[in-house]
Design a protein around this ligand. Structure first.
Ligand code: NAD
Length: 349
């Protein structure tokens, strides 16, 4: 089988970490008997410098023709004073919406070797942290009507049944494929009408997935439970703003920001994959960035867009083994370079 992947290196450490992920993907594809052709396109500050826009039409077209997109990071001081529409981050929001990616996946997993790096108590971490947050990405408060009128301001949260159903289906499909098959839907149904609609739709979709155990939790309780006993979660489904907040909370309890991957998915198999960190201008060009978040994003790409679970698991096992061996980049308190980390993952593969 052969696949097309568009690479969007972007700015800062983006190109450094992306090249590691590409070499890991190439090696994994070889082992799994699939072929991936990579093509680069411009996004972010570098795209602005070369074309006058952070998201050239050519980039959108190229992404639409591919099976998946792998992105490094965008942004940097150089572009901070540009008007909002020309800033690098606009490129990122633009590509997500051009590709109609409405479900954002953030795995929150703590590697055994990194348990001591979690800010949580050892006895809590010992029980294991391995869950995925599925966040609705295109609706809710961030997209509703808003305005200012003198001393008053308002924002509107709105959801349609169709918007809830499509993201719920993504979450149920993921839960179905996981060992524990547990889904927790998080809302504020004791106050918000949007949340009551959310619950109704989730219950309806759940009927199509009898093998998945479903429960509802209020968002304030969820924020508490994530630090009290994160081992109880397997797949967490929630709306845009709650997901925004809870996914950062979940990232924090798992250790370094350099470690975590993410995926944005739409109705088909096409997806956009990227580490959760930014362009880290403070360490760009020094060769010390942690490439594991991007390498693990490559694993998600294999799993969700190319249907290659074997390859995804191979990469995840290789990363765990490298961490077990004690190798660490500076963000994890070690002195390994970006390339040494990449080479260690390749050697494990
Ligand atoms: P950041 O994630 O870039 O960096 C925060 C801190 O974490 C820095 O000290 C950095 O050195 C460190 N860090 C991040 N990734 C690392 C890695 N892989 N290895 C080692 N250390 C790592 O966040 P920031 O400093 O708030 O933002 C910098 C720029 O990135 C800004 O222009 C911001 O707008 C942009 N940004 C982009 C994205 C994205 O592309 N998805 C996300 C967040 C921020």
């Amino acid at each position: 089988m052969s696949f097309k992947v568009t690479l969007l290196p972007g700015d800062g450490i983006g190109p450094e970490v992306l090249s590691c992920a590409v070499r890991v993907l190439e090696r994994t594809a070889e082992k799994c008997g699939i072929s991936i052709s990579f093509r680069e396109a411009l996004i972010g500050g570098i795209a602005y410098d070369k074309t006058g826009t952070p998201l050239p039409q050519e980039t959108i077209d190229r992404c639409k023709e591919s099976d998946a997109v792998l992105l490094g990071a965008v942004g940097g001081k150089k572009w901070d004073s540009l008007p909002a529409a020309q800033r690098p981050e606009k490129g990122l929001l633009g590509i997500r919406s051009a590709l109609e990616l409405f479900a954002n996946l953030r795995p929150a997993k703590i590697e055994r070797a990194l348990r001591a790096d979690s800010p949580l108590r050892a006895d809590i971490v010992e029980k294991g942290i391995d869950f995925v947050i599925v966040r609705e990405l295109c609706g809710g408060l961030y997209y509703g009507e808003r305005g200012r009128d003198g001393g008053d301001a308002f924002d509107t949260m709105a959801y349609s049944e169709a918007e809830v159903e499509r993201v719920a289906r993504v979450a149920f499909e993921i839960a179905k494929g996981r060992e524990r098959k547990k889904l927790t839907s998080i809302d504020k149904a004791n106050v918000l009408d949007c949340s009551r609609l959310w619950r109704e739709v989730v219950a309806r979709v759940a009927a199509d997935y009898p093998e998945v155990e479903v429960s509802n939790m209020l968002v304030d309780n969820a924020a508490m439970q994530i630090v009290r006993d994160p081992s109880q979660f397997d797949v967490v489904l929630t709306e845009n703003m709650f997901g925004d907040i809870l996914s950062d909370e979940a990232a924090e309890i798992t250790g370094s920001i350099g470690m975590l991957p993410s995926a944005s998915l739409g109705a088909g198999r096409m997806g956009l994959y990227e580490p959760i960190h930014g362009s880290a201008p403070d360490i760009a060009g020094k060769g010390i960035a942690n490439p594991l978040g991007t390498i693990l994003s490559g694993a998600l790409l294999l799993r969700h867009s190319l249907g290659c679970e074997e390859g995804a698991a191979l990469i995840e096992r290789a990363v765990s083994a490298v961490l077990e061996s004690g190798l660490r980049t500076a963000d994890l308190g070690g002195d390994a370079t970006t390339v040494q980390m990449e080479e260690a993952v390749l050697a494990q593969l």
